[in-house]
Design a protein around this ligand. Structure first.
Ligand code: CMP
Length: 137
């Protein structure tokens, strides 16, 4: 049984697709074990995106992620990390497969609607940054 984290980013919140995004994960058999709306801070984002800190898009990425509150989901299931990866699609909506969240709702790499953990290590880091143990059910 794996757990993974999804953020519905500010562009997804602004597009009013929170319900549709959650629905896709639930329909795929994943179990929602944590859910909250939260405003990310620069402090959290510097840790979250430490591996992108030297990229030219980093300052815009941090600003975009703080534009509105985000919705954080912790999803559980067998092979949850890969399942969520497949449901979201690749980073660039233009290259994402038909029927994925990023293809259907995304408009660009920065505005790609969702973030998802890309490994078990990332999932553990991201879940513990945003959720206390007692917030997971
Ligand atoms: P995410 O899954 O949240 O992880 C890092 C984010 O950086 C990614 O989704 C994109 O939104 C963004 N990103 C990745 N590559 C680029 C790029 N070349 N230009 C702008 N934003 C990018």
């Amino acid at each position: 049984m794996e757990r993974t984290l999804v953020l519905i980013k500010p562009d997804g919140v602004q597009k009013k697709v929170i319900g549709q995004v959650v629905d896709r994960f639930e329909r795929a058999g994943l179990r929602l074990v944590g859910l909250k709306m939260i405003r990310l801070t620069e402090e959290i984002l510097k840790i979250w995106y430490a591996h992108h800190a030297d990229k030219p898009f980093f300052p815009n990425l941090v600003a975009d992620m703080m534009a509105t509150p985000v919705v954080a989901l912790v999803l559980e299931g067998e092979g949850a990390i890969q399942k969520v990866f497949d449901i979201c699609g690749v980073t660039d909506p233009a290259e994402a497969a038909e029927g994925t969240i990023r293809k259907d709702f995304g408009e660009s790499k920065p505005k790609n609607v969702v973030h998802r953990s890309d490994s078990a290590e990332a999932a553990n880091k991201e879940i513990s940054l945003l959720f206390a143990p007692e917030e997971l059910f």
